[in-house]
Design a protein around this ligand. Sequence first.
Ligand SMILES: Cc1cc2nc3c(=O)[nH]c(=O)nc-3n(C[C@H](O)[C@H](O)[C@H](O)COP(=O)(O)O)c2cc1C
Length: 269
Amino acid sequence: MRPAYDARLWYRQIPLRHSVRAYDGRSVPGDMLDSLRPFLSSFSDLCRGARGVFLNNAGDLFTGIVGPFGRITGVSTVVVFIGDTSVPEYMEGLGYLGEGVILHATSLGLGTCWVSGTFNWSRTLSRVVRGVNERVVAICALGFPAERENGGQKLLSKLARSRERKPIDAIAGGLPVDKWPAGVREALEAARLAPSAVNRQPWFFEVAEDGVTLSVQGPGSGYGSSKRLDCGIALLHFEVAARALGIEGDWKLMGPPHVGRFVFGSGER
Ligand SMILES: Cc1cc2nc3c(=O)[nH]c(=O)nc-3n(C[C@H](O)[C@H](O)[C@H](O)COP(=O)(O)O)c2cc1C
């Protein structure tokens, strides 16, 4: 049976989550991994072509940007996010699934950081891939935050403008705001807080009376593009907020340049 997520629990984590780049060296205890494990495999139809695997003692997978600069430190436990490239929507699936793991980890008091750039493709990673269609797309640090980040990590957070987000009118359009169905503003606020690679926030939401369409902003919207992973994260944030706020509806995935349409009132998942 598929695990159902607790929308209200995950919704509360959205403003609390931020990228943690310095950890205290402890592995994540087994009971916490057990609580996270159900979300490593498909917990929704939207997790298409996506799965995750835990690795322990895996801190050496992280690299710096130049030499050790900006390297994530003190990590032991890592989640490896693997996509099945034979499934067109595997990138949005990975964003959705991975962010589920991350919001649940946040609810357990763990720090996390998505990493798709600053990691080594190592023999360790090649061992977790099954068959020719799978590829490791990203990894995620998981652990207990250290008291302080070092200078390189602080600078990296600043460079990635970690806390900054585009204003809502830069990421949403369609109906005038005062005509938006109840709760949509809050759900879009939750989507706005989604993390993305280099904080690029490559999403746009078109609000209509009967639904909300999410599209990739700018070039590079094709299936398999990394922006679709970012958009998969935003899909989950919107859906979590919608469910927590009692907005009925479901995402239906769409082809490029769109990612999906949340159709109001479409009933069960
Ligand atoms: C798909 C993805 C890939 C990322 N890759 C890296 C990375 O390689 N190195 C890194 O330090 N941060 C990485 N990040 C973290 C982003 O820089 C961070 O999420 C963004 O700046 C927003 O900050 P926040 O997570 O603190 O809200 C990545 C985030 C995402 C979603």
